[in-house]
Write a new protein. Sequence first.
Length: 414
Amino acid sequence: MRTTTVLRVLLSIQDLVVRNFQFEATGLLVDVAPGWQIARCGECGTRCRAVHDARERRWRHHDLAGMTLYLRYRIRRADCPSCKTVKTEKVPWAANGANFTYDFEERVAFLAQQSSKTAVATLQRTAWRTVGMIIRRVVARSLETGGDRLDDLRFIGVDELSYRRHHEYVTVIVDHERSRIVWASKGKSAATLKRFFDDLGPERCEKLEAVTLDLSAAYIKAVSEATPEAKLIFDRFHVQRLAQDALDDTRRDEVREAVTKDQKKALKSMRWKLQKSAWNLTDADIQDLEELERVNYPIFRAHMLKESLVSILDGRQINVARRRLKNWIADARSSSLVHFARVAATIEKHLDGVLEYVSSRLSNGRTEGLNGKIRTITRRSFGFHSASALIAMIFLCCGGVHVTPAHSAPSGFH
């Protein structure tokens, strides 16, 4: 068997012809050519007979036996009759304008899903920034060939994620049914979310049935304007957090008003016991909380309001929950606890959205889970210099992008 034939089998690239090879100081250089004679436009694929010029170019491929392997070809530029301009020809082993083969880029993307970019760069013997550029190209190809991920959206979640200091954020949209991120963009304003609805279009906006989100006024405004028929479902965690924060603020007020150091110390030590869920309390915790009714009634009252709100959100019957929630709002306002009066006003303003959680049980839990995964990616990357780099990694790891490193076996030879 000829050596060039062996190399063609090892490379395992369709429509590729191996012409020659040579060894260099760093590895193996293989001269190749497309399997077709007439140049094809690198953008539209149209056959181009009028060749303008040609120049040598190299593409990095998988390492072979520990050696770097490059493909070399005198790539042509031709007059494309469709594009009406001079275009670089298409080659079957690499994307237009890329310096790496498809197989090399797929492997880099696969490794980046599993480990840090530094580890990938070291393993593949390439630059750290090059790994980021490859990821963006692979993600872009996946988004182009994988169909419009904004189709058939019915239940979505909206949340923001901080990716750098000085309050730089990206807004992410999660498809609850397919458990993946379908859209992301820099910023967390109403204008940012409006761009998503502009991309979605009026027809697909009308198909949205529910949107889960936090109590951000900017997000509420954007969703209400773009899809008024969709139900707003306020995330349980954020609603419950309002009461938890009000309880902690009440405890701090009482600490400041305490007369003796022992009283201050005792109230400070109650912080985590007050925030615990009922099933996590020990017998000693329960005894201390019961003692609060005698020692410090305002904190005890605040704790009972927090627990009663949790109980309401645990319910499943919306009419019962509506009645109980209205009673809770009245109790919070009459409790003389200023922080809970403020929470009562907020919940009353968004009453329908809070109750939608009771009937649907939809929350931003899936969104927060994916955000946790994104934070892990950010930490292992030691941060990102730009939102575009982070968004590419978000889609690669949390957007349902399936990358499989190329594996091949010789076939057709006996």
